[in-house]
Design a protein around this ligand. Structure first.
Ligand code: CS2
Ligand code: MG
Length: 409
């Protein structure tokens, strides 16, 4: 079974997505997600100019060999553009293999280890009251675990707080920065943030009790000693995890954080390969692997990093924002269902427009996700609908300190 055609499809139903569609010589199709938020066209071009020509005539069954060919065969390895492109090929080949076998992907990689995947949703608010309403709305939707983000007095605009989306009746900001040729600028004040966040969790715990798993994302904004302080001050509120407390590049910095706090740590949504996790896993500096199938080279390496993590009792917490397409989400739902060391799955629901372009077999019931039992990944792309949503430039915001200094993501 040979790869006969490969097509890169860029579509923008609520936000931009890059999808690779492979077709075999006997007409089986497979989809892969190559979406890299804010750099979508770089991956689309990498795929169409440098990968698609290499795929034609290859044996569609040789997933591992194709992965190694694209990874080891390029002199300059790794990086988000390269790894998102390889991810799309890997996912599409797994999708094809599942369709040929007439089995959902999770059956090909060991079968289900659980009935469904505990998912967390994103509650946020500009005030403690609107935050509580958002938590309550998530509970009513069935969520059994909730990420909590709030506005901070002294910071004018803060990423991850869905003020506009709530006003317009949508559950989330599908594109927090909105569309445009340049990123919106937000501000940041670490001391104001550190003063406010523990009070927020005190409030939420008092109102919603001790059982509900609560999570928080610091979006890489802190220095190690600041993250250590935040983790320590959040200990009374028993967080499920504190995410991206520091930028992941400074891996030694996590040693300092770990020395001071028992709040569980999750890192890795911007990581591209197992090497980015090597120190964090072997030194047990994190508790959850945040990789996304889409930015980590696909299903094949995601399973491998989770086996590596399992030997250190580290669990999964795969990245599931709306900029991971339904195809990428499906890939990680299959992996999460099959592996033993699943932890939790992030779930930011896609918009109706996105769901009308990508038809999914997955379900969300009683706080748990399941990838469904359609063969392969279980996602179909409506190409006519996709064509009705052309690409538009869109960027995440950037943040600056009060004196104008650019701050970390
Ligand atoms: C966030 C993401 O879901 C998360 O944890 O950090 O919304 C992230 O900011 C975006 O995926 C960036 O594209
Ligand atoms: Mg995050």
């Amino acid at each position: 079974m040979k790869i006969a055609a490969a097509e890169v499809i860029v579509t923008s139903p609520s936000r931009n997505f890059v999808t690779l569609k492979l077709t075999t010589d006997d007409g089986v199709t497979g989809l892969g997600d190559a979406t890299l938020n804010g750099r979508e066209l770089a991956v689309a071009t990498y795929l169409s100019e440098h990968v698609v020509p290499l795929l034609i005539e290859r044996d569609a069954h040789r997933i591992e060999d194709t992965w190694q060919y694209l990874y080891r065969g390029a002199y300059w390895r790794r990086g988000p553009v390269t790894m998102a492109a390889i991810a799309a090929v890997d996912m599409a080949l797994w999708d094809i293999k599942g369709k040929v076998a007439a089995l959902p992907l999770y059956q090909l990689i060991g079968g289900a280890s659980r009935a469904g995947l505990l998912a967390y949703g994103h509650a946020s608010g500009t005030t403690l009251e609107s935050l509580a309403e958002s938590v309550q709305a998530h509970l009513e939707r069935g969520y059994r675990a909730i990420r909590v983000q709030t506005a901070v007095p002294g910071i004018n605009a803060l990423y991850g707080v869905a003020a506009q989306a709530q006003a317009s009746g949508e559950r989330y900001d599908y594109e927090p920065a909105g569309r445009g040729a340049r990123p919106v600028e937000e501000d940041w004040d670490t001391r104001a943030y550190l003063r406010h966040v523990p009070k927020v969790f005190e409030h939420v715990r008092r109102q919603f009790g001790p059982e509900l798993p609560l999570l928080h994302d610091a979006h890489h904004r802190l220095r190690p000693i600041e993250a250590a302080r935040l983790g320590k001050e959040l200990e009374p509120y028993d967080l499920f995890w504190l995410e991206d407390c520091t930028p992941g590049e400074n891996q030694q910095g996590l040693r300092l954080v770990r020395q001071h706090t028992t709040t569980p740590l999750a890192i890795g949504e911007v990581f591209n390969t197992v090497y980015d996790f090597q120190t964090l896993i072997t030194e047990q500096l994190i508790d959850y692997v945040r990789a996304a199938a889409t930015h980590f080279g696909g299903v094949t390496p995601l399973r491998k990093v989770m086996d590596f993590a399992a030997t250190y009792q580290i669990r999964s917490g795969f990245h599931g924002p709306t900029d991971v397409s339904p195809v990428g989400l499906a890939a990680q739902l299959h992996v999460g269902l099959a592996i033993h060391n699943f932890g939790i799955q992030e779930y930011m629901e896609h918009s109706q427009a996105t769901n009308s372009v990508f038809r999914q077999s997955m379900s969300f019931e009683d706080g748990h996700l399941h990838p469904g039992d359609a063969p392969g990944l279980g996602v179909e792309l409506d190409e006519a609908a996709a064509a009705g949503h052309p690409y538009e430039p869109a960027y995440l915001p950037v943040s600056r300190l009060k004196d104008g200094t650019m701050h970390d993501w």
